[in-house]
Design a protein around this ligand. Structure first.
Ligand code: IMP
Ligand code: MG
Length: 177
């Protein structure tokens, strides 16, 4: 696609990483009560892939949280869609596409703790450590990347490119349109 400047992570690399993460999670959660919590909409492809690489009984649901008003990062988080079941005693694994400032998940982790989860951990496909504003422990991390704006595998620019099976860097010409 001509809007893509560079493919950063290929479909094959993503799928190998998903398998590797799924195997680790399977080991770590063998005696736990695993609840995968996907964050809409970006985590949908990763969520669908990773749940099928975890060889355990598990439960899953989605939440939609918003940390941005327009383009300005307000450091403010709102729950747009909540889960409907109780998470008391469950081992929550938050599934995210990318962690940037860490504000969204830091807030969400606090909320879930207050609801009585037994444990809360995070699995993310990508992380941009140089952008972090809040220290956030991330147990499972696919790839750490530089501060590029990336799209594909769930991630969007203006709601586009989410369905691409690879992760790419968007061409600057797209921003200036
Ligand atoms: P934060 O960690 O609270 O700053 O927010 C992370 C969220 O911002 C992610 O779940 C994405 O929805 C979005 N985001 C951050 N960086 C990118 C990017 O490079 N491309 C697409 N979305 C991004
Ligand atoms: Mg997201």
């Amino acid at each position: 696609m001509s809007d893509i400047k560079e493919v950063l992570i290929t479909e094959e690399e993503i799928q190998n990483k998903v398998k590797e993460l799924g195997e680790k999670i399977t080991e770590d959660y063998r005696d736990k009560d695993l609840f995968l919590l996907g964050i809409l909409k970006g985590a949908v492809p990763f969520m669908a892939d990773i749940m099928r690489k975890i060889d355990l009984d598990l439960e899953y649901d989605f939440m939609d949280v918003s940390s941005y008003q327009g383009t300005r990062s307000m450091g403010e988080v709102r729950i747009l869609k909540d889960i409907s079941t109780s998470i008391v005693g469950k081992d929550i694994l938050i599934v995210e596409d990318i962690i940037d400032t860490g504000i969204t998940l830091s807030y969400l982790t606090k909320v879930l703790k207050s609801r009585g989860a037994n444990s809360i951990e995070i699995v993310t496909m990508l992380s941009k450590p140089s952008r972090r504003k809040i220290d956030l422990p991330v147990k499972y991390n696919g790839y750490e990347i530089e501060d590029y704006f990336v799209i594909g595998y769930g991630m969007d620019y203006d709601e586009k490119y989410r369905a691409l099976p690879y992760i790419g860097i968007l061409d600057e010409s797209v921003y200036s349109k």
